[in-house]
Design a protein around this ligand. Structure first.
Ligand code: GLN
Length: 479
């Protein structure tokens, strides 16, 4: 019986001849078939994955070089391009669209012998927090199928949660990796802005978007990051700094760290009191273990969500203008329309409700009469946040926070109230506004039986420390 716990353990078993890549792929394909009702995958690349597994098994037998991700079975959020495969952003406007090139992230995974098993469901154009805005229908949380898995990378989270692949990729513009990881009880990493190339990632809000990783443990996530990160000629926003070998630097010895937390975050009236008390208890525990843990004055928390939604919708309204029915995907079948009417008919039918709402909001905040009142002010908030986080990281290694104000909610519960849904992003959007790395660690179980995570953020491009502390916290499960 094939069983997956970590990439390291899988590789050891391959070396010892106890399993094969083919057995691994067959195992996951069986699991996917038995979990179709969760609706996590939008497509599986069955024959191709089996084929690739056989080739890798042969290569190993022949003593060929094995890549760092030899035979690792990976699912891709359906916003990440993989040449000659469909990529749809879970939108009717891109229905049946085939990628004409691969994203840099995928190229690098493949170069290390990874096996891509399929595409994963998500909110349309990564806009949402519950995976209910998908042209493929909602995704179910495997721990309680009446509840949402979180969003927008809900399929990617469920694929790892339900054991349908080893690791998966998502994208995180305002929490879309960390929040579903929190709702599903797994690890979700959003690297700092500019760590992983965005080339071939369908754009939502380009100054926020970042590819992220879901996994069962930190070592797997670290290895994935190390393979994908680093300079890329196709994305000038990627850091030119050398990529550390994250997976070999996870041990910290007895090092003591400095943690900051915000009273206004933990005492927020919208926060589930049990989440607040668990995080406070953890803070106390860290202190008694010899770490420095202090409350720091932040003062910007209530500005985060408004600034985020002004800036991201502005960027989205521009990014999504390319889906006009001429160059990509869906085109209205109505004959004889003037150009503007043709665009209108195509876009009205092709986009879903939430995407339209955001395009309109973004167009509004960028319009001549309102630009200064909204867009300029939101940029000012972002600048203040950059400065404030910079100051905090002069004295601290990490900021700790909840991920979401509540545990996974019932499907349908919030879909009629977009503002409530937006406000729930209060703890996650900060890392994207500031461009810093952040992770959700599955450390807690609520008395309602559902998991929730601790969010840890580190300074820009300091994924090394972030992964180290994450490994320590998860391994010790210190509570
Ligand atoms: N929930 C947030 C939003 O709807 C985050 C989305 C994301 O990170 N892609 O915008």
């Amino acid at each position: 019986m094939f069983e997956f716990t970590s990439i390291e353990q899988y590789h050891a078993q391959l070396r010892e001849g106890k399993t094969t890549c083919l057995q691994g792929v067959e195992h996951f394909l069986d699991r996917i078939t038995s979990a179709l009702h969760l609706n996590a995958f939008t497509e599986t690349f069955t024959d191709e994955a089996l084929q690739k597994a056989k080739q890798l098994d042969q290569k190993r037998k022949d003593g060929g070089p094995c890549g760092k991700l030899h035979g690792v079975v990976i699912g891709l959020k359906d916003v990440i391009c993989y040449k000659d495969h469909k990529v749809t952003a879970a939108s009717n406007i891109l229905k049946n669209f085939i990628s004409v090139y691969s994203s840099t992230a995928v190229e690098r995974l493949l170069a290390e012998d990874a096996i891509i098993i399929g595409n994963l469901n998500c909110d349309e154009f990564a806009m949402g927090s519950s995976n209910e805005n998908s042209a493929y229908g909602k995704v179910l949380n495997a721990l309680d199928e009446t509840r949402v898995p979180g969003g927008s990378s809900g399929g990617s989270a469920v694929a790892v949660q339900a054991g349908l692949c080893m690791v998966s990729l998502g994208s995180d513009t305002g929490g879309s990796v960390r929040q579903p990881a929190d709702f599903c009880g797994i690890v979700g990493l959003k690297p700092g802005y500019g760590r992983i190339s965005r080339y071939g990632l369908i754009a939502y809000a380009s100054s926020f978007d970042q590819i992220g990783i879901f996994g069962n443990n930190i070592a797997d996530v670290a290895l994935m990051l190390e393979v994908m990160a680093g300079p890329d000629d196709f994305d000038s926003t990627v850091s030119q700094k050398e990529v550390p070998s994250y997976s070999t630097q996870l041990k910290t010895g007895n090092k003591k760290f400095r943690f900051a937390y915000f009273e206004e975050a933990l005492n927020h009236p919208g926060l589930d009191p049990e989440i607040a008390s668990s995080i406070k208890e953890l803070a106390g525990q860290l202190k008694s273990d010899g770490h420095e843990v202090n409350a720091v004055e932040f003062g910007l928390l209530d500005y985060m969500v408004p600034a985020y939604y002004v800036l991201t919708t502005a960027e989205a309204s521009s990014n999504l203008s390319r889906y006009d029915g001429v160059r990509y995907g869906y085109r209205t079948p109505k004959p004889g329309l003037e150009l503007t009417d043709f665009y209108k008919a195509t876009r009205s039918a092709g986009f879903g409700l939430e995407v339209k709402r955001r395009i309109m909001l973004g167009t509004f905040v960028l319009s001549a009469g309102y630009y200064d009142a909204y867009y300029t002010r939101a940029q000012k908030v972002r600048k203040l946040l950059f400065e404030r986080t910079g100051q905090i990281f002069e004295n601290y290694d990490f900021i700790i926070m909840p991920v979401s104000p509540f545990t996974a909610f019932k499907a349908g519960e919030k879909i009629g109230d977009p503002i409530a849904m937006y406000l729930a992003d209060i703890y996650t959007v900060m890392a994207n506004l500031a461009g810093i790395p952040a992770i959700s660690l599955p450390l807690f179980t609520h008395s309602n039986g559902l998991p929730f995570g601790l969010q840890v953020m580190a300074n820009r491009l300091n994924e090394v420390s972030l992964l180290q502390i994450s490994n320590l916290l998860l391994q010790e499960k210190i509570l």
